[in-house]
Design a protein around this ligand. Structure first.
Ligand SMILES: *[C@@H]1O[C@H](CO)[C@@H](O)[C@H](O)[C@H]1NC(C)=O
Ligand SMILES: *[C@@H]1O[C@H](CO)[C@@H](O)[C@H](O)[C@H]1NC(C)=O
Ligand SMILES: *[C@@H]1O[C@H](CO)[C@@H](O)[C@H](O)[C@H]1NC(C)=O
Ligand SMILES: *[C@@H]1O[C@H](CO)[C@@H](O)[C@H](O)[C@H]1NC(C)=O
Length: 341
């Protein structure tokens, strides 16, 4: 506090001095051409916190990324997702290139980065990037499933996404271990009364059944009071849910009836279209996304997603390809082995 006050006094004093200079400059036209004195002032007095700058930065980046209807796609990466021979982020982006009607969607994709390397990589790829600031947490390196840092990062993500909703943006949140093989907007309901459409690890056949086990790696959410309340409630559980990741907490909240309590209309997505390694789509002719869920390490995810890409390329390049259930025949060996210690 003391330091802050002293700093404040210094600022005021230097501003007064600066105003003195301005006075001189205005009396003496010769000074005006000195570049040092252009475009400066005591504006830093009004910008007391660097936080406000970040907030404004976020507003700008959301506006430039979103579609006309204030909808965008959000993914989050750290260093471990941008490094290596075949970084996960590259695999993810490649799916937009190989997918059906997905290339233009990259224009509406916001990459949220949590460290410097991933931010620089994002900028290098000429994507929409936002650097998420976190106090005193080092999010470098691979966060192994359920490690303390993994859980911390997931909660930071929940807080951030709640901010995006509060700013009035709808979004698809996607993990980067999700391949976008077709344009999901064509498969998702655009009915305004549906607040959330969320992927499932296993689909029980009923799209309105809360018994479906949700997966927070892919969902679309509308910004409204109900969804904002949900994120507030969800994040509010952070300190009461030691050792649980946010997805488990949300799953628990669903069991406790949070969707009904907030009058949220939530649709659970069929794995035929929004597929994953937990339960593979039975139809490559209909599949929209493929998530490397039920898998522990990035390396294993990348290895097994490669098989999906290979199958997708074969399907796309051959008009006589009739093995529609091919995704069910991929064994995801690397992912299955990733759980062994
Ligand atoms: C926003 O517009 C896109 C493109 O027209 C459409 O596909 C999408 O369904 C819309 N999103 C929402 C949430 O209405
Ligand atoms: C959301 O809440 C705010 C403040 O409580 C209220 O002014 C607004 O009308 C609400 N919007 C909707 C869509 O319910
Ligand atoms: C936090 O956990 C305790 C013990 O499980 C429970 O009694 C309490 O209701 C929880 N608080 C919230 C806000 O859910
Ligand atoms: C798929 O095509 C092969 C030959 O290209 C054919 O032998 C097979 O019966 C076909 N299977 C189905 C399910 O149509």
């Amino acid at each position: 506090m003391h330091n802050l006050k002293e700093h404040g006094v210094q600022i005021v004093v230097s501003c007064l001095l600066f105003m003195g200079f301005l006075y001189v400059i205005f009396l003496n036209p010769g000074f005006r051409s000195i570049p040092m004195f252009r475009g400066q002032g005591c504006s830093y007095l009004s910008k007391t916190s660097s936080e406000r700058e970040h907030v404004d930065l976020l507003g700008g980046v959301l506006a430039e990324t979103a579609m006309e209807n204030r909808t965008l796609i959000i993914a989050m990466v750290n260093k471990a997702y941008v490094e290596g021979d075949k970084p996960m982020l590259d695999v993810f982006l490649n799916s937009f290139w190989l997918g059906e009607n997905t290339r233009d969607l990259v224009n509406h994709l916001l990459i949220v980065t949590v460290d410097r390397t991933s931010y620089e990589r994002c900028r290098f790829l000429r994507l929409h990037c936002y650097k998420l600031e976190t106090d005193g947490v080092n999010f470098n390196g691979e966060k192994l499933y359920m490690s303390a840092d993994f859980i911390k990062m997931m909660w930071r993500r929940t807080l951030f996404l709640g901010d995006v909703l509060r700013r009035g943006y709808n979004f698809i949140f996607t993990d980067t271990d999700v391949l976008w093989l077709r344009n999901p907007f064509e498969r998702l309901s655009s009915d305004e009364s549906t607040d959330i459409q969320i992927s499932t690890d296993n689909f029980n056949g009923y799209q309105w059944s809360e018994a479906n086990p949700i997966n927070t790696g892919f969902y679309i959410i509308r910004s409204n009071n109900k969804t904002i309340s949900l994120f507030d409630t969800w994040y509010g559980m952070k300190d009461n849910s030691t050792g649980q990741k946010e997805q488990d907490v949300l799953n628990h909240m669903v069991r406790e009836g949070v969707f009904r309590k907030l009058s949220l209309r939530v649709r659970f997505l069929d794995t035929t279209y929004f597929s994953g390694f937990c339960e593979d789509s039975r139809d490559i002719g209909a599949v929209t996304t493929v998530h490397a869920n039920c898998c522990k390490t990035i390396r294993a995810k990348i290895a097994d997603l490669k098989d999906v890409i290979r199958a997708w390329k074969r399907f796309r390049s051959s008009s006589t390809f009739n093995d529609t259930s091919i995704l069910r025949k991929l064994n995801h060996v690397a992912c299955r082995n990733s759980w062994k210690h």
